[in-house]
Design a protein around this ligand. Structure first.
Ligand code: UDP
Length: 239
């Protein structure tokens, strides 16, 4: 089955904020439903899918700091928020018939497995969707960095950053109507042109380990599937 797909093993990064839908907070069941359908399509094709989910819909360490919560404490709260999102995704994926494991960087044995690289790879080989929760397990990092790190560890072929826009643009398409989308761009060009793709730690990890990134619109129906089928015009490929 995987012979039909461009990538065999992917790491999909989803932001917590996107899970919230138009409300901007909490978890929107409609988004859960849509994500489950999109992901099921590629799992059914035989693609091995690992996911890193953010926590921004619930808590961010930096925002907590502004309201008086110690930064490190707030970052741990943010990491716990990602576990809540991961459990919501797992529940929805299972309803759609996908075998799913949540692996947390912070031990929480009653609710999910601890992250163990070899075990994660084994799950993927067996066709299970693996959701990496609790970020890197360390404060001062982001879930984008977690995505790069885990992708390298599990030897994913690509990091897919699912966003609300369909790729990387020459300028902010919301503000500049003449902005155009790159179909492909190099890591060096992204850096030189100061285009925003991921935070620098996450970005550099991918660059140094020759791990391509694709930025695409997770809200466009079938976009993830088309990317797996080799349609490179679905987003921006960074190599
Ligand atoms: N976080 C952290 N270490 C990590 C990953 C996340 O401390 O390795 C915390 C950090 O406070 C962050 C929050 O968890 O703001 C939620 O993650 P993120 O902001 O990356 O979520 P997203 O923007 O993708 O929803």
């Amino acid at each position: 089955m995987t012979s039909q797909t461009k990538y065999k093993r992917i790491l999909l990064k989803l932001s917590g904020e996107a899970l919230a839908g138009p409300n901007g907070y909490n978890i929107d069941p409609a988004v859960l439903e849509q994500y489950s359908q999109e992901i099921k399509q590629v799992v059914d094709l035989g693609v091995e899918v690992a996911i890193v989910i953010g926590g921004g819909n619930i808590f961010r360490g930096v925002s907590g700091e502004r309201s008086g919560i110690d930064r490190v404490q707030g970052d741990y709260m943010g990491m716990l928020a990602t576990v809540i999102n991961a459990m919501a995704l797992q529940s929805s994926f299972e309803k759609h018939g996908m075998y799913t494991r949540v692996m947390s960087a912070i031990k929480m044995e009653q609710v999910c497995e601890p992250y163990v690289r070899r075990r994660a790879v084994r799950h993927l080989e067996k066709g299970r969707v693996v959701i990496f929760a609790a970020g890197t397990g360390s404060p001062y990092f982001t879930t984008d960095t977690t995505a790069s790190l885990r992708a390298i560890e599990i030897e994913a072929d690509v990091v897919l950053k699912g966003t609300k826009v369909d790729g990387v643009y020459t300028a902010d398409p919301m503000k500049d109507k003449s902005a155009t989308r790159y179909t492909t761009i190099t890591f060096d060009d992204v850096y030189e042109k100061k285009l925003s793709v991921m935070d620098l730690t996450a970005f550099t990890l991918c660059q140094e380990n020759n791990l391509p990134i694709i930025v695409f619109n997770m809200n466009t129906k079938g976009s993830l599937l088309r990317l797996m089928q080799g349609d490179d015009d679905q987003g921006t490929l960074i190599t």
